[in-house]
Design a protein around this ligand. Structure first.
Ligand SMILES: O=P(O)(O)OC[C@H]1O[C@H](OP(=O)(O)OP(=O)(O)O)[C@H](O)[C@@H]1O
Ligand SMILES: O=c1[nH]c(=O)c2nc[nH]c2[nH]1
Ligand SMILES: [Mg+2]
Length: 166
């Protein structure tokens, strides 16, 4: 995908919106919990860390680990590489484990993560159609040609009035 400015085909997410959407995801995940509850959260760094924290807080999960997968350099995708794995003694094959990311786009990151923890429940806040099959739960779907701008990548700034842009 080529570079886009936020006012082109971009979906801008504020901290407040992210908090609401992550909470909505937590609510949904509570309804999908196994009988003995979720026992751990694994956040896919870095984007999954903010929603994972909110979800762990809502579901009162204290065991939180991370997996680091690097697949994008700015908006250019390359082969996903696992840079850091979670503690496999804790997560095992993923039974009762929630894997959390901010979004799924092509699904390539989750493909790699699922191979490591095949029994885990995978949840993202946002999902694009290509990667949807890789997630068990998500909150909002956005079209494939939309770039999602997260609050940690953006800042409040002055914008020109519409009339001044003619
Ligand atoms: O479904 P895919 O096409 O694989 O893309 C989705 C992944 O890409 C982004 O992470 P990125 O690799 O940019 O790292 P970051 O979370 O550290 O920003 C995003 O946070 C997802 O993890
Ligand atoms: O900030 C981001 N927004 C996106 O839409 C996206 N897709 C893959 N990786 C992404 N990162
Ligand atoms: Mg990521």
């Amino acid at each position: 995908m080529t570079d886009r400015l936020p006012h082109e085909k971009g979906f801008l997410v504020s901290w407040d919106q992210l908090h609401r959407d992550a909470r909505a995801l937590a609510w949904r995940l509570q309804g999908e919990a196994p009988e003995d509850g979720w026992h751990a959260v694994v956040a896919i760094t870095r984007g999954g860390m903010a929603p994972a924290m909110i979800i762990a807080r809502e579901l009162d999960i204290r065991t939180v680990d991370t997996i680091s997968v690097k697949s994008y350099d700015h908006q250019t995708q390359s082969e996903p590489v696992v840079i850091k794995s979670p503690d496999m003694e804790i997560v095992g094959e993923g039974e009762g484990v929630l894997i959390i990311d901010d979004l799924v786009d092509t699904g390539r990151t989750l493909e790699v993560v699922r191979k490591l923890m095949p029994k885990a429940h995978v949840a993202t806040v946002y999902a694009k159609p290509k990667g949807r099959a890789q997630v068990d739960s998500y909150i909002t779907e956005v079209s494939q040609d939309t770039w999602i701008f997260f609050p940690w990548d953006t800042a409040l700034q002055y914008v020109k009035p519409y009339r001044a842009m003619d």
